[in-house]
Design a protein around this ligand. Structure first.
Ligand code: SF4
Length: 410
């Protein structure tokens, strides 16, 4: 079995795709040319000849049921551009994803347009969850000691992280480093959300776990699609945001740091990037990298940040979120967006609606709407909606409504 470079020793010096004009860690930005041309232009700065005759796996962010242009998933034009660049370099190209709970990989590829891109180019589409996982130790991991990794990540010569530029309400942003979480097998992704606090650290265990993961699961190239990203309540309930930009680097931390700056924040504000950089997994200090073109900052346009408290977004509703994972968060936000007002019909006027998700609750107030199997032990306190994740229509039905099946997409 061949091991992807990111899984050998994590040595960043061993970068197969070198900058054509710089010996320094470098980042290329392109903007204003559209989703396809931005990626091609940013990739032009790199020598992809190492891919000739090799197997290249593109890992987009396509783990949710969402349309192209929603800002939730990597744009099909970005996938097409990266695929074309590697095909022209003589590589065999595949596209793979392990989605969030409740989503089927091939359905997600179909809905966002990546399946059509693959058909046109005869690319292999891979459900990364289909085969048994490979256990991968995490040396020095503070929150996790081992990962269950989808086998193709070990078998392909090169893995390319191809995320869309998004704000994220729990991790600050989700870019090329965090996108690799979609290489973790099936439900094992959820484990990172349910870890106990790490002794001696003020950082959230989820952020530490992502940094741990990035020590062993680093892509060979980061290609960030910022044509239409997401601001506000990312990763799935925010607002699409057109930046019309792309960022490429052989150092995913450097790519993410530049993307952060384009989005109007510092990578130091993103705990998993700060922690990973402090451990030497990559660079986030913009002064220590070569960024082209010189006027790249002209493309920056601040994204609205996620609200610190969901109560600001949904006034009058108390949301108790303890150690939930993205699937339940997506379901809840979808439910509130579609049926938020209806919830007040159900709860007595004198009671403020309280909703709980996640498995970290010691107790919940009487009358709480408990969503998802993780809250099952509190079912006697109010209404319990089973599922992992539950679906929005089931929640609505549980409080007396009537919803369509199509409302269940997460
Ligand atoms: S019930 Fe919700 S929070 Fe718990 S594992 Fe399932 S999707 Fe995640």
């Amino acid at each position: 079995m061949r091991a992807a470079r990111g899984l050998d020793s994590g040595m960043l010096s061993d970068r197969p795709f070198r900058d054509l004009n710089s010996s320094q860690p470098s980042v290329h930005v392109a903007a204003g040319q559209g989703g396809y041309a931005n990626i091609r232009a940013a990739l032009n700065g790199f020598d992809l000849s190492a891919a000739r005759g090799k197997k290249v796996l593109l890992k987009p962010n396509a783990g949710r049921m969402a349309a192209a242009g929603s800002g939730i998933v990597t744009g099909p034009e970005a996938v097409a551009a990266a695929a074309d660049a590697f095909l022209e370099a003589g590589a065999e190209v595949a596209v793979g994803e392990s989605p969030i709970l409740g989503v089927r990989t091939m359905d997600a590829f179909e809905q966002c347009g990546i399946a059509a891109v693959a058909r046109e180019r005869k690319l292999t589409l891979i459900d990364l969850d289909a085969r048994p996982f490979v256990p991968v130790p995490v040396p020095g991991g503070r929150a996790i000691g081992e990962l269950r990794v989808c086998p193709e990540i070990m078998e392909y010569d090169f893995v390319i992280s191809l995320p869309v530029m998004k704000m994220h309400m729990h991790t600050g942003v989700t870019l090329s480093v965090k996108n690799m979480k979609g290489c973790l097998w099936r439900r094992s992704k959820v484990d990172l959300h349910m870890l106990p606090p790490v002794e001696g650290s003020a950082d959230k265990s989820l952020d530490i776990a992502i940094a741990d993961m990035s020590g062993v699961l680093r892509p060979h190239l980061a290609v960030i699609d910022g044509y239409i990203g997401m601001e506000g309540l990312g990763p799935s309930a925010g607002t699409p945001r057109k930046l019309d930009a792309a960022v490429v680097s052989a150092d995913p931390f450097a790519a993410d740091a530049v993307a952060c700056r384009l989005m109007g924040l510092s990578a130091r504000e993103v705990p998993h990037l700060r922690i990973g950089a402090e451990r030497g997994y990559g660079l986030i200090d913009l002064d220590r990298m070569s960024i082209s073109p010189d006027n790249w900052m002209d493309y920056a346009s601040p994204f609205e940040r996620p609200p610190r408290d969901l109560a600001l977004e949904f006034p009058g509703i108390t949301i108790l979120d303890r150690n939930s994972c993205s699937s339940c968060q997506s379901t809840l936000l979808l439910f509130l967006r579609r049926y938020g007002e209806k919830i007040f019909d159900y709860f007595p006027k004198e009671l403020q609606p309280v909703i709980a998700i996640g498995k970290g609750h010691d107790e919940v107030p009487r009358g709480t709407l408990c969503l998802g199997n993780c809250t099952a032990r509190h079912r006697s306190q109010g209404i319990f909606v089973p599922g992992c994740p539950p679906v929005a229509s089931a929640i609505f039905k549980a409080i007396g409504g009537d919803a369509d099946r199509e409302d269940d997409e997460v």
